[in-house]
Design a protein around this ligand. Structure first.
Ligand SMILES: [Fe+2]
Length: 184
């Protein structure tokens, strides 16, 4: 029987497949940001959003070349809820998956996954970190293609489009979410 894991249970499942602190930290960050968006847009399902964030990259450490494909397999084996699996797989749409984000929650995941990386990297460059960071400084880093080149600007832009949100507003919300919900 499939089940909907709580964020804590999702973390336990994640840790079965991930040892790298960087990966676990990224999962917790995306989970926290998803929780913050859920409180604004879908408060009844905050836990669900958080667990999706926690599990979204579950296969990446062990199977980077089969990202989103192995996740499907692993999450089935772990008896994770189908809607949750759909959300996880859809975050690689157009990159490593042909499952499109449909729900608003899935679009948020798609958009914030790469954006949290860019914001985190930008915060490291500032003496005061994220504490007083504004969207305009992230926008500058966004335009500097050499900065944190691994964070796909195209995916972030597509995410904002899917959400029908201005890029700057998406950045604002994501910065606030990260600032108010620090991970460890
Ligand atoms: Fe991710």
């Amino acid at each position: 029987m499939s089940y909907i894991p709580t964020p804590r249970q999702a973390l336990e499942v994640l840790k079965k497949y991930n040892r790298d602190e960087f990966h676990i930290h990224h999962a917790k960050t995306v989970s926290a940001v998803m929780g913050s968006f859920a409180r604004e847009y879908d408060p009844e399902n905050e836990e669900f959003w958080k667990s999706v964030g926690m599990l979204h990259d579950i296969d990446f450490e062990l199977y980077p070349d089969q990202h989103c494909v192995k996740a499907l397999e692993i999450l089935h084996d772990e008896d994770i809820d189908e809607d949750m699996i759909h959300a996880v797989v859809s975050h690689g749409y157009g990159i490593c998956s042909d499952v499109a984000p449909e729900k608003f929650m899935e679009k948020v995941l798609f958009a914030v996954d790469e954006l949290t990386g860019l914001i985190g990297a930008a915060a490291l460059m500032r003496p005061t970190g994220i504490s007083d960071m504004e969207a305009k400084s992230v926008m500058k880093k966004f335009k500097d293609k050499k900065f944190a080149a691994g964070c796909s600007r195209e995916v972030i832009s597509r995410g904002a489009e899917m959400l029908e949100m201005e890029l700057k507003d998406l950045m604002d919300k994501t910065i606030t979410a990260m600032r108010d919900n620090p991970v460890e």
